[in-house]
Design a protein around this ligand. Structure first.
Ligand code: FES
Length: 148
């Protein structure tokens, strides 16, 4: 097996866990491109498993399809992207991933205490957010949303 092998949409769906209808949808949006065999069968490059896996990961990170399209648009069509091309995509996403890691870390570290939301409903709010001083920094749970 190698990355330039042509595989069916069924194998692509089985390995990625995506529905065939979802793969067709991504194909309609140009996120993956199929080729037709001499027998007019739709086939995909085996390396499209990675493109679709990238879409799955990016969606779990909360990225929208438009952002994902922008990233995948930098990859070549009709051939397997090189490692360098994938590294370019991952570099571009790294800033987004880092800021989500920071948000998740702040959330994990503050969620069982005062999050600076203005409710003043916990005993420790009186200490951590006296008279809702966090509200001066803006709306929402400031101790989670504010960049440290
Ligand atoms: S948790 Fe809401 S102000 Fe402290």
């Amino acid at each position: 097996m190698n990355r330039n092998d042509l595989i069916s949409i069924g194998i692509l769906a089985k390995r990625t866990g995506l529905a065939v209808s979802a793969i067709r949808y991504y194909e309609e949006r140009g996120l993956v491109v199929s080729v037709r065999t001499g027998g007019n069968q739709r086939r995909f490059l085996r390396s499209d498993i990675r493109r679709l896996s990238f879409i799955l990961i990016a969606q779990k990170l909360g990225l929208g399809l438009a952002d994902i399209e922008n990233e995948l648009a930098t990859l070549p069509d009709g051939r397997s992207p090189t490692l360098l091309e994938w590294q370019r995509v991952s570099r571009s996403l790294r800033k987004e991933i880092d800021s989500r890691i920071q948000l998740l870390t702040r959330t994990r570290n503050t969620l069982d205490g005062c999050i600076g939301c203005g409710c003043l409903s916990l005993d420790r709010c009186a200490l951590m957010n006296k008279e809702d001083r966090a509200g001066a920094g803006g709306t929402g749970p400031r101790y989670v949303l504010d960049q440290a």
